[in-house]
Design a protein around this ligand. Structure first.
Ligand SMILES: NC(=O)c1ccc[n+]([C@@H]2O[C@H](COP(=O)([O-])OP(=O)(O)OC[C@H]3O[C@@H](n4cnc5c(N)ncnc54)[C@H](O)[C@@H]3O)[C@@H](O)[C@H]2O)c1
Length: 300
């Protein structure tokens, strides 16, 4: 089981919402924590509420490879090797794909997908080199399982974070590094204000801000799960080394229905030439995948 005390954690999007919940929970476990966020004002505000020497703020844009490397250097210089990584920063944009511009894609893919990729590419080789094991948690969403016409790009990024997380989980088991993918539903957070931090160079084709919709979202998020509650459940999921952490039961029935629907797309075709050989190859692959899944269960 992963032990938290004494480890250094790096939490992206750490100044608000789920991130600040994680920061508080990790400090309570005796970790040193880097609160990494693009909003310096939010970092300052959050740090003032914590009044704790074991936490430091680091301003970084997770979509920047150089920025993430510099942030990692700064944190490791102060707090030592990072062995707990939370790729949590994210932004949303509620619109369909056909209504979106390339700049919309670049912004969301940059933060929601390249953010976790950059986190992994920056910290995982360091974690392996330190040889102290560790843990990577990527925040996807229930929007990584359940898609709708809007938010198309957000859906795309969150489905991809699942792929990143699962693959990494099986390759890192040998290094005693656990990987979980968190899939929250509605959380009491500040994500409805994502437009405020959209970079000026990615404004091409951006729709005017729909204040009515932002206010509606702000109201919805008020009834979302408290950051401290979800953070505790994430840490519990890490202790259990779960592939997926579903911190709330809200979508379980819907997901079961969706899995049934997906299986319903299979058809009983007549056997085509090569079928027998293919099935043998798939059998070997399946055995290999099963062994990797088993190994990952006991890796940390
Ligand atoms: N709030 C929800 O209902 C909900 C549901 C499912 C998944 N999620 C996911 O949870 C994660 C956390 O979101 P939240 O809801 O706590 O939102 P939030 O807006 O309250 O917190 C996210 C933080 O990420 C920071 N951030 C945004 N872009 C950044 C960048 N480029 N570099 C560094 N930091 C950046 C923001 O400044 C903010 O402080 C996101 O990945 C989000 O997609 C949220």
């Amino acid at each position: 089981m992963i032990n938290f005390a004494g480890r250094t954690a790096f939490v992206t999007g750490g100044a608000n919402g789920i991130g600040i919940g994680l920061v508080r929970a990790l400090l309570a476990e005796g970790c040193k924590v880097a609160m990494a966020d693009i909003r310096q004002d939010a970092i300052d505000k959050a740090l003032a509420t914590l009044d704790n020497n074991e936490v430091m703020g680091v301003q970084v844009d997770v979509s920047s490879r150089e920025g993430m490397a510099a942030a990692a250097d700064a944190v490791e210089a102060k707090f030592g090797p990072v062995t707990l990584l939370f790729n949590n920063a994210g932004v949303n944009l509620f619109q369909t794909i056909e209504d979106s511009s390339y700049a919309d894609w670049d912004w969301l893919m940059g933060v929601n997908l390249h953010g976790p990729i950059n986190g992994c590419m920056t910290f995982v080789p360091r974690m392996i080199a330190h040889g102290q094991g560790g843990y990577v948690v990527n925040t996807a969403s229930m929007a990584g399982w359940l898609a709708a016409g809007s938010p198309g790009i957000y859906n795309t990024t969150k489905f991809a974070v699942r792929g990143l997380s699962e693959s990494l989980r099986y390759s890192l088991a040998q290094h005693k590094i656990g990987v979980s993918c968190v899939c929250p539903g509605l959380v009491k957070s500040y994500i409805y204000a994502s437009d405020d931090i959209r970079p000026a160079n990615l404004m091409d084709g951006a729709k005017p801000i729909n204040t009515e919709n932002v206010e509606r979202l702000a109201g919805m998020h008020q009834v979302g799960m408290e950051p401290d509650v979800i953070a505790e459940r994430i840490l519990q999921g890490m202790r259990e080394n779960q592939t997926y952490i579903f911190p709330m039961p809200d979508h379980k029935d819907e997901l079961a229905e969706e899995f049934e629907t997906v299986l319903g797309f299979y058809r009983d075709y007549p056997q085509d030439p090569g079928y027998e050989e293919r099935v043998k190859i798939e059998g070997f692959r399946r055995q290999g995948y099963k062994a990797a899944r088993e190994a990952a269960k006991t890796a940390v």
